[in-house]
Every structure is written in structure tokens, then in C-alpha cells.
Write a protein that binds this ligand. Structure first.
Ligand code: PLP
Length: 385
């Protein structure tokens, strides 16, 4: 199998699964219990929290565990809007993940004015537009760090500075950035930041929200005293152990993965551009998570390519996994100005820790043949302009 959908999810790192199974076998206590088997688990959670805080340049008390990256995004946005009921405006970008876009839609239904910052053809936000969109009514700005479909990295430092100058809180969805590029909450100047374990070789169903000390935010989930009363519910202890270990592994590996993945992705990109006619690369050439490659294969339907590749045990995506199966074209590809018939021909390949040179070699053998065959029977004849 050649797995090229690491932006959708990643396989568990063996060190993570080992740590999780050790924990499962030995610990079952409730971390809220005061006797030793509870306190032990509480201590293990604290250690994981410490690892994550350190990786983000934060302190332990600024990390709240959540049930997913999606929950972290919901918590940040709804929590801040709830804490400032007098402020009725929210700003985000046109290319956010559904976790943010759908939350924005919900807010709109509740009477909040949402402004969507547009992006250019590479998927980079318009900072002047952002500046002009802020009013005294703005409660929060949420701009993703790296886009899941294109990999494009946003100028978060500059955007958060703009927010700070106007005394507006700033959240970034760093789910696709964390573990791939440097994510330091102080360098970035953000107040809130979301991460998710299953994008960094950890388990599914666990994420975290960084909340800068002193930030006004209401809980999303009410109940017991867990997570400093910011996120009630008995902790997903096994998930937390997995997230902590996944982060530890990322830290330990340093730039090793990044360099290798970048090198492999560059080989794949070059190979596709050389071997396959009528392709269009989407996303920023430089300011991008380099392991993410998004190509339009003109005159073809992306799904046909995806299915043909799958018969060869090569797994790619037609965009964000969350919009897969949806009838309409990706809002991200529309936002960068792609015509629907071009957007429908786009394939995303996202490389990860476990990909090899052999993977790239095989894809570069199979993909050109598949594209050529499909084009022979395609009724479409679409040009870039
Ligand atoms: N934000 C971005 C940018 C993502 O890519 C994803 C997952 O695809 C999420 C949020 C949601 O994370 P989770 O799957 O943990 O809910």
C-alpha cells in the first residue's frame, strides 16, 4: 500500500501504540479520584500536558484537552463569542476547515456578523482586507495556520499583530501545521491555537486547545471539574497518553521528517510536472507545507483518478476528507479562483513520515499511465484559461 493521504489522517507511530497499550494494560483509575491509582493517572496526564505545552512554547495550565481538532476549533470560537455577548462580529478566512466554516455558519444563524477574508490564487489571505474588516464589534479573528487542501501557510504573525493592535483576540487552527513546521504560540502571538493528535501519528478523537493565560472564554461543555472547569467530562486518558507521546516523538525527530518529506514531495512534484501534460499545481510554491501536493489534471474527474489509483493500492484524496462525497466543489479551490470543471479534476497527495523513495517511484510509474488512459476516454477538453 502507498498511503498519500496523511493530511486526512496518519497511521499510529509504533512508539505511540506501544505507550498506549502499556497504559491500557496497567492503568484504569479515574484521574479525579484521590487515592493512588487515580493520582497516578492524573500525574500521567500532567506529564503529557507538559510535553505539549513545551512543544508549543506554552505553560501547562494553558493546554485544555478536547475530543478532536474540531472540538478545539468550536471551543475557541464559540467560547470567545459567548464570553463577549456584547460583541457581534467574527472574522475568519474563506478557506478554513469545515470545523471553523460550519461554526461560523452556526454563529451567523444566531445573528453574528461573519466576515470571510478572501485569498489570492495561492491561497494566501488578504491582510489589507483583514485590517479593514475589524470593527469595535469584532470579538475574535480565526485564521488557519496551514490549509489542509493546499498546504499554503498563512502569515499568522502579521495577522495576529493586526488583531493585537485593535485589541481583538486571535485564534489559529494549527491542526495541519503542528508537527510539520515550527509552532510557537509566543512567536506567533496568538491567544488560542488548536491541534489534533491523528495528524501527527497519534490516535483519533483527541486534540487540544491552547488558551493564553488571562483570555476570556466560556466552556463549551459543562459538568465536572476536569480541565480547570473549561472542558468537563472524565478525561480520555488513553487518548491523552497517545497525544503526549505523538508530540514527544515529533519533538525528538526534530527536522528529520520535514527534510525527508520535503525531498520526496519535491521529487513527486517534479516527476508529475515532467511526465504528465496539462496539469496545474495549486497552492503556494514556497510558503507551503511541502508534503502537500495539489494538482489539477485537466479534462479529468478527480474521482476517476482516485479510484484508478486505489486499484493499484495507492491512496490519495480529492480534497479535504471532510468534503469527500459532497456534490459541490471544494470551497478552498473555489476561493483560489479555480473554475468548477478544473476544481473537479484536483487530486491532493499528502506525504508523511512513513513514505519512501520507492513509493514516489511507483506513483510516477502508475499515475502518468492512468491519466493517459483516462484522457483517451474522456469526453472533456478543458484548458487552464
Ligand atoms: N482543522 C484542520 C485544518 C484539519 O485539517 C482538520 C482535519 O482534517 C481539523 C481541523 C479537524 O480535526 P479533527 O479530525 O481532529 O476533528
Amino acid at each position: 500500500m502507498i498511503y498519500l493521504d496523511n493530511n486526512a489522517t496518519t497511521p499510529l507511530d509504533p512508539t505511540v501504540s506501544e505507550k498506549m497499550s502499556e497504559f491500557l494494560k496497567e492503568y484504569f483509575g479515574n484521574p479525579s479520584s484521590l487515592y493512588p491509582i487515580g493520582r497516578e493517572v492524573k500525574e500521567i496526564i500532567t506529564q503529557a500536558r507538559e510535553v505539549i505545552a513545551k512543544a508549543l512554547g506554552a505553560t501547562r495550565t494553558e493546554i485544555i484537552f478536547t475530543g478532536s481538532g474540531t472540538e478545539a476549533d468550536n471551543f475557541a470560537i464559540r467560547g470567545v463569542l459567548d464570553a463577549f455577548p456584547e460583541k457581534k462580529e467574527f472574522i475568519t478566512s474563506a478557506i478554513e476547515h469545515p470545523a471553523v466554516i460550519q461554526t461560523a455558519n452556526y454563529l451567523e444563524k444566531k445573528g453574528i456578523k461573519v466576515t470571510y477574508v478572501p485569498v489570492d490564487e495561492y491561497g494566501t489571505i488578504d491582510l489589507d482586507f483583514l485590517k479593514d474588516a475589524i470593527t469595535p464589534q469584532t470579538a475574535l479573528i480565526s485564521i488557519m495556520f496551514a490549509n489542509n487542501e493546499l498546504g499554503t501557510i498563512q502569515p499568522i504573525e502579521t495577522a495576529s499583530k493586526i488583531a493585537k493592535e485593535r485589541e481583538v483576540l486571535f485564534h489559529t487552527d494549527a491542526v495541519q501545521a503542528f508537527g510539520k513546521i515550527d509552532v510557537d504560540v509566543n512567536k506567533l502571538g496568538v491567544d488560542l491555537l488548536s491541534i489534533s493528535a491523528h495528524k501527527i501519528y497519534g490516535p483519533k478523537g483527541i486534540g487540544a486547545l491552547y488558551i493564553r493565560k488571562g483570555t476570556d472564554i466560556s466552556p463549551l461543555i459543562y459538568g465536572g471539574h476536569q480541565e480547570r472547569e473549561m472542558r468537563a467530562g472524565t478525561e480520555n486518558t488513553i487518548g491523552i497518553v497517545g497525544l503526549g507521546e505523538a508530540v514527544r516523538a515529533v519533538q525528538e525527530r526534530g527536522n528529520k521528517d520535514k527534510k525527508r518529506i520535503e525531498m520526496l514531495a519535491e521529487q513527486l512534484k517534479k516527476g508529475i510536472e515532467e511526465k504528465i501534460p496539462k496539469v496545474k499545481f495549486n497552492g503556494h510554491e514556497k510558503t507551503r507545507i511541502k508534503g502537500t501536493l495539489n494538482f489539477a489534471f485537466l479534462s479529468l474527474e478527480a474521482e476517476a483518478i482516485l479510484l484508478a489509483l486505489a486499484t493499484k493500492e495507492i491512496f490519495v484524496s480529492t480534497g479535504s476528507a471532510c468534503s469527500e462525497g459532497a456534490e459541490d466543489v471544494s470551497h478552498v479551490l473555489s476561493a483560489i479562483g479555480l473554475r468548477p470543471e478544473i476544481a473537479r479534476s484536483c487530486i491532493r497527495m499528502s506525504l508523511g513520515r512513513f513514505n519512501t523513495e520507492e513509493d514516489v517511484k511507483i506513483v510516477l510509474q502508475e499515475l502518468p499511465e492512468i491519466v493517459e488512459k483516462l484522457r483517451e476516454i474522456s469526453a472533456l477538453d478543458i484548458d487552464e484559461d
